[in-house]
Design a binder for this molecule. Sequence first.
Ligand SMILES: *[C@@H]1O[C@H](CO)[C@@H](O)[C@H](O)[C@H]1NC(C)=O
Ligand SMILES: *[C@@H]1O[C@H](CO)[C@@H](O)[C@H](O)[C@H]1NC(C)=O
Ligand SMILES: *[C@@H]1O[C@H](CO)[C@@H](O)[C@H](O)[C@H]1NC(C)=O
Ligand SMILES: *[C@@H]1O[C@H](CO)[C@@H](O)[C@H](O)[C@H]1NC(C)=O
Ligand SMILES: *[C@@H]1O[C@H](CO)[C@@H](O)[C@H](O)[C@H]1NC(C)=O
Ligand SMILES: *[C@@H]1O[C@H](CO)[C@@H](O)[C@H](O)[C@H]1NC(C)=O
Ligand SMILES: *[C@@H]1O[C@H](CO)[C@@H](O)[C@H](O)[C@H]1NC(C)=O
Ligand SMILES: *[C@@H]1O[C@H](CO)[C@@H](O)[C@H](O)[C@H]1NC(C)=O
Length: 452
Amino acid sequence: MKNLGCNCSSRTLIIIFIHIIIHILVSPYLTYAEEFDPVIQLPHSGSNITQTRSKRVFSVLDYGARGDGHHNDTKAFLKAWKIACSISRSTKVVFPFGKTFLVYPTDIAGPCRSKITLRILGTIVAPQDPSVWNGLNQHKWLYFHGMNRLTVDGGGRINGMGQEWWARSCKTNSTNPCHPAPTALTFHKCENLNVRKLTMLNSQQMHIAFTDCAHVVASHLKVLAPAFSPNTDGIHISESKGVEIKDSVIRTGDDCISIVRNSSQVRIRDISCGPGHGISIGSLGKSESEAWEKVQDVHVNGAYLYNTDNGVRIKTWQGGQGFASKITFQNIVMENVSNPIIIDQYYCDSKHPCDNQTSAVRVENISFIDIKGTSATEEAIKFACSDSSPCEGLYLKNIFLESCMGGNTSSYCWQAHGSTRGLVYPPTCLSRNHDFIRQKVWLDSNSAIDSI
Ligand SMILES: *[C@@H]1O[C@H](CO)[C@@H](O)[C@H](O)[C@H]1NC(C)=O
Ligand SMILES: *[C@@H]1O[C@H](CO)[C@@H](O)[C@H](O)[C@H]1NC(C)=O
Ligand SMILES: *[C@@H]1O[C@H](CO)[C@@H](O)[C@H](O)[C@H]1NC(C)=O
Ligand SMILES: *[C@@H]1O[C@H](CO)[C@@H](O)[C@H](O)[C@H]1NC(C)=O
Ligand SMILES: *[C@@H]1O[C@H](CO)[C@@H](O)[C@H](O)[C@H]1NC(C)=O
Ligand SMILES: *[C@@H]1O[C@H](CO)[C@@H](O)[C@H](O)[C@H]1NC(C)=O
Ligand SMILES: *[C@@H]1O[C@H](CO)[C@@H](O)[C@H](O)[C@H]1NC(C)=O
Ligand SMILES: *[C@@H]1O[C@H](CO)[C@@H](O)[C@H](O)[C@H]1NC(C)=O
């Protein structure tokens, strides 16, 4: 079909199917903007205090916001938030539809007295000029921390206006000094968080980060930035437990989803990803930090990856400690992906070459199940594991990765132990685990997932 270099034939239907599913899942929020909660208010005769107490919906327009895209609407947002947050019943702070609100770097601390919803129906834009951040935290634009039971939704847009930040990045031009750039939306130490039905555009750096959070559901998101935009990860998960990401489209210049530092119980379903760098666990164990890190219990089930640098990836630096384990990548369709399946324990993203080290983050019990599509390179499967701690318990089942260029694809294995079931193409190069019993135990405990 539209495919140029990539031989498509049999996969086309699956791909179209996934496209349609994702479209159906993502599109309802377009009409969501019309929905609006009634303002519950006492008659005007009541004093202002009673009015405020009975009010549940706080529009930033009532607190001085203009929504013209030029006026600084930060103060209005903070005023509305402060009142809504202090009320003992669930409240909503609303950015109305059809307007553009300029919001400067903002730090919002919880907890609020009750459930609170930030309903973005219109557009929130960041200041374009990086010098606005002088003297402020360069890592953050909209920063929520210590919140419990926060929902952010509304079908509107959050635009990081990142173009000037990208131009100044050392990844764009190596003569530029390297400096941090803001994450558009950061949630730190948040619990029972819901982020849904939003479009995130052109973030300065990462789009959404969950750090030290628990019980998070992120869904029906559209995250969009150009392929050339540096480090614009879609969704970043760090030190968090119980995170579900589903029914979302992510097209950026870096990882669609990255999972790092002591994160666990992560579920990812029905994601369309690309361009970008794919779905990544890590990097883990960057030696400078001498970090002990673990990422475990991650299940990616249902993803379509298109024109990405990597498909599903685990990357660790040499010299770290900890482990990446109990990770399953399942039901994945890839199209023109450069490294469809990759474990790299020699990851090195520094200006200097990385020295060989004796310690390593262990990579164990990783399953790849029902993964099909096309590879933009011959080497469709790469397991570059560590000499000091080889990969154990790798499991491949029903893998079919053809070449985009024609010809055969191949696998690369170094210190990679595990087993396969069903058809696996390119042919596997795993060496059989010397500890066969352990491998079998893992397979059995994995069979619940496997049989879906
Ligand atoms: C009470 O609220 C009204 C309308 O919101 C406002 O015009 C008025 O100035 C307020 N009065 C006081 C005393 O704050
Ligand atoms: C915008 O408003 C916020 C909140 O009042 C303030 O802290 C910030 O300095 C303002 N920025 C500019 C450039 O006016
Ligand atoms: C990188 O920046 C330098 C100095 O600002 C400039 O001379 C050069 O043309 C830039 N290179 C590219 C590829 O943009
Ligand atoms: C991860 O958690 C362990 C304790 O469970 C802690 O020692 C370590 O410092 C944490 N690592 C990071 C990078 O936060
Ligand atoms: C394959 O992906 C690369 C980027 O990795 C892109 O440059 C190329 O145009 C894509 N090819 C097709 C046929 O889409
Ligand atoms: C690291 O080890 C590899 C293979 O064992 C070797 O080829 C390479 O030269 C070593 N690098 C350094 C910096 O010692
Ligand atoms: C692909 O592999 C098959 C089986 O090993 C072999 O017969 C065939 O010649 C290979 N094709 C190419 C283009 O290398
Ligand atoms: C991998 O699975 C085996 C068998 O269930 C278990 O003994 C081992 O501890 C697991 N490895 C890690 C790092 O969790």
